[in-house]
Design a protein around this ligand. Structure first.
Ligand code: IPE
Ligand code: IPE
Ligand code: MG
Length: 238
């Protein structure tokens, strides 16, 4: 059964998880970090090449200021705390998004965490972990187009694609969204053009190893046709 090379996850439902327990939303985010830890180690164990997670969208600035600032504190603390364990586990961390919106403190934490994991290898292999903060799929396409325009390069599919973020990860094979919504909310767009989309009611703080297994089993049962016919695909395999 095939495993996705590039898995993208929209980690949604933290606020509702907290609300159901009469807890502040931020407690949901705190618990969400636990889920992320589990999913990173499971993805690594399963030999996934790249895991991209949506931690903060370019639209999430619209949230109440106290929630935004708590999330930013979590990002700084999380990067400081997790960099060494990630490096030991063979995980190369990248923070992807429009960093012009980051505080000095966050920029420093990102630089240190990325440097600490830049050469991470364990048992002869490694996984890329792209943590998307102030990320938007539309922004990604625009920044690529802008680079091409600045360099006076022709705009075509190949040239634009080569300027997108997360070059090291390639196209998204499977995109999981927790929390019951069936939308992409401006997460990875271009690179997810042919992604299999998996939506689950499970709220992100409740999403665990078994839920990931279910999603990966479902992915393994898909026939990815890329515009071809089913007969062509089975013919190729035989
Ligand atoms: C996702 O959970 C985390 C972030 C957007 C940072 P939410 O905070 O969106 O949780 P719900 O959707 O309100 O339950
Ligand atoms: C998407 O979730 C962003 C992240 C998971 C970081 P949202 O909760 O912000 O998405 P919408 O607003 O419900 O579409
Ligand atoms: Mg949400």
């Amino acid at each position: 059964m095939s495993t996705p090379q590039h898995l993208a996850v929209i980690m949604d439902g933290n606020g509702r998880w907290a609300k159901r327990r009469f807890l502040p939303r931020i407690e949901g985010h705190r618990r969400g970090i636990e889920s992320l830890r589990t999913i990173v180690s499971q993805a690594r164990r399963r030999g996934i090449h790249s895991l991209s997670v949506f931690a903060f969208s370019s639209e999430n600035w619209r949230r109440p200021e106290d929630e935004v600032s708590a999330l930013m504190r979590f990002f700084v603390a999380g990067l400081e705390r997790e960099a060494e364990p990630l490096a030991r586990a063979g995980v190369r961390l990248h923070v992807v998004g429009d960093k012009t919106g980051f505080s000095e403190e966050l920029i420093g934490a990102v630089q240190r965490a990325e440097a600490a994991t830049a050469n991470a290898v364990a048992e002869g292999s490694f996984m890329h972990l792209n943590v998307c903060i102030n990320y938007g799929g539309r922004w990604d396409i625009v920044q690529a187009a802008r680079k091409l325009a600045e360099q006076g390069e022709a705009i075509d599919v190949a040239s634009l694609e080569s300027h997108l973020t997360m070059q090291w990860s390639g196209p998204v094979d499977l995109m999981i969204r927790t929390g019951g919504e069936s939308r992409i909310s401006n997460f990875i767009l271009w690179q997810a053009a042919y992604a299999e989309l998996y939506f689950t009611e499970r709220l992100w703080p409740d999403f665990g190893a078994e839920d990931l297994s279910e999603a990966l089993d479902w992915y393994g049962s898909r026939e990815r046709r890329f515009g071809m016919t089913s007969e062509q695909i089975s013919g190729e395999r035989s």
